[in-house]
Design a binder for this molecule. Structure first.
Ligand SMILES: Nc1ncnc2c1ncn2[C@@H]1O[C@H](COP(=O)(O)OP(=O)(O)OP(=O)(O)O)[C@@H](O)[C@H]1O
Ligand SMILES: [Mg+2]
Ligand SMILES: [Zn+2]
Length: 530
């Protein structure tokens, strides 16, 4: 009978386990020292070894040569537990009906001594699904456990275990297993099975599991079923709906070249090749995440699950973008992914989403600009984050309100556009509003009396016309022109303020800043000492 790889290669000893070192050593020590608890909670990501370790623990406790930190694997107890045929090791699946019935019998069952072995071990899988009735039964037992009883509660959702139970148990959290360990484990399994798989293919399979050993092994099963004894990375990717760095790199190359047309073509190609756009978006998010981590932590980082060849290419691509760029790309791609989940028009969302990446990349952070300002020298050339020649000029400064009086500022352009179409009262209201812009929305903050005039439909039309893109419009009440509301200072203070302003405005750094933003105006000078 064919046995799936994950089952066939379930580790039989702690030595055969990959990852989870903390669980291994702590449990091993406890058994050697005879300090065995009556309740254990194994929690953590699926497919990382919870049930496996529960069974190994049962064998350690009941092995004829034990209790020992490793089972002998050969005695009757060890063999029976491995095959699931041991009467003293009871596995209950709390997710199935059968589980609930068995939980009802549990209180009865625990009162009797083990039939043959030292301990009666109850392994409760999906323990968070136990009914409250069953939890109560369990609690009574844990309060006064017979010496021979050991419970192991396995769950992916530890927070759903009532505190009354968890406080009486030792808890172990199982971590997702390192990429490299999963790769070498699969390499070994492929060797045993006579399957040919190169490093790239193994990397694809390990990535598909996302830290879950079982998921990676299931992907391997699927790949063998599809490709036979010789696995091909491209085919396996297609099978699993994953994308190569080549394909994902198309997007970064287009961003680098500020080529919006190419971005639209990419969507077209994905569609015509029958790819799922949401899958692509998810992979793109992972790609940006890996680029960002590579940028921050360096290319040797264990935080990136990728083969050696892929790491080199990631580092190369990451070098072409700034950290804030990559952060924005990741954020926008995640937003896009969420949108795609509910979208009836995935293609349009995808196109808009990719174009948004391109526009967002041109935003320069004010910190970047200030950092590049040497005193008394002409402003430095544009930082690498503004690549290519943007079809629309006027860089937008992030996290700064579009300066009110700046000719050609978004606010002014909006006012002009509104006035042009005869909506002078809307233009007037915009005059009194503070206009702030972010990649995905424009916010108008104005005193209450102007809110009526700030109709989002009009604003949206004007924004689409002047900014050349559709973004969310938010209109909110608030103080816009702070200066107007401020109380008039006394004459002396005013003179002093004027002198300070004059000095501030003639400061070389301020002058340089104004050079970088032609036409910008300083709205207020604040005395930080006050
Ligand atoms: N740490 C590990 N080392 C080696 N193999 C592992 C490990 N974790 C999981 N596996 C493989 O995955 C299979 C499933 O593991 P296991 O049943 O222990 O996962 P689990 O954590 O109980 O998952 P679930 O939460 O879905 O029940 C095992 O048979 C084994 O092949
Ligand atoms: Mg399990
Ligand atoms: Zn044994």
């Amino acid at each position: 009978m064919y046995q799936v790889i994950a089952r066939k290669y379930r580790p039989q000893t702690f030595a055969g386990l990959i990852g989870q070192e903390h669980v291994r050593t702590t449990l091993g020590n406890a058994i050697s020292q005879g300090r065995i608890a009556h309740g254990y909670i194994f929690s953590g990501q699926r497919g990382t070894g919870k049930t496996t370790v529960a069974r190994i623990l049962a064998r350690c406790l009941n092995c004829e040569k034990g209790p020992a930190a490793e089972p002998c694997t050969e005695c009757v107890a060890c063999r029976e537990i491995a095959s699931g045929g041991c009467v003293d090791v009871i596995e209950i699946d709390a997710a199935s009906n059968r589980g609930i019935n068995e939980m009802r019998e549990l209180r009865e069952n625990v009162r009797y001594r083990p039939a043959r072995d030292r301990y009666k071990v109850f392994i409760i899988d999906e323990a968070h699904q136990i009914t409250s009735e069953a939890f109560n039964a369990l609690l009574k037992t844990l309060e006064e456990p017979p010496e021979w009883v050991v419970f192991v509660l396995c769950t992916t959702e530890a927070h759903k275990i009532p505190h009354t139970i968890s406080s009486r148990c030792q808890q172990f959290s199982f971590r997702s297993v390192d990429f490299t360990e999963v790769v070498s484990r699969m390499e070994w399994i492929c060797g045993e099975e006579g399957i040919k798989a190169d490093a790239e293919t193994l990397a694809v399979l390990a990535q598909a599991g996302d830290g879950s050993v079982r998921d990676s092994l299931s992907a391997l099963d699927q790949a063998i079923a599809c490709c036979g004894a010789e696995l091909d990375a491209g085919e396996v990717r297609r099978l699993l709906g994953l994308f190569s760095l080549d394909t994902l790199g198309e997007v970064t190359r287009a961003l680098e070249a500020a080529d919006s047309r190419r971005l639209l073509e990419i969507v077209q190609e994905l569609e015509s090749n029958g790819h799922n756009l949401q899958h692509f978006c998810r992979e793109l998010a992972r790609f940006f995440r890996n680029l960002l981590v590579t940028k921050i932590a360096g290319s040797g980082s264990r935080l990136v699950a990728a083969s050696a060849g892929e790491l080199v290419r990631l580092a190369d691509t990451a070098g072409k973008f700034s950290e804030p760029d990559l952060t924005r790309y990741l954020q926008l791609t995640l937003e896009l992914y969420r949108e795609l989940q509910y979208s009836l028009q995935p293609r349009l969302h995808m196109e808009l989403g990719l174009l948004r990446l391109l526009h967002a990349g041109r935003i320069r952070s004010i910190e970047d600009l200030l950092a590049g300002l040497p005193s008394g020298q002409p402003p430095p050339p544009a930082p690498p984050s503004s690549r290519g020649t943007p079809p629309k000029p006027a860089p937008v400064v992030e996290s700064k309100p579009a300066s009110a009086g700046q000719p050609g500022s978004l606010k002014q352009r909006l006012q002009a556009s509104l006035a042009e179409t005869g909506l002078t009262f809307v233009a007037d209201a915009v005059e009194h509003a503070e206009v702030t812009e972010s990649p995905s929305q424009i916010t108008f903050t104005a005193p209450k009396e102007f809110l009526m005039a700030l109709r989002s439909a009009d604003l949206r039309t004007a924004v689409t016309k002047t900014a050349g893109r559709a973004v969310k419009i938010v209109v909110q009440a608030g103080e816009a022109a702070a200066a107007a509301a401020a109380p008039k200072p006394a004459a002396a203070a005013m003179a002093e303020d004027e002198e300070l302003s004059r000095r501030a405005l003639s400061h070389p750094e301020v002058l340089h800043f104004q050079e970088m933003f032609p036409g910008s105006q300083v709205r207020t000078v604040r005395n930080l000492k006050q």
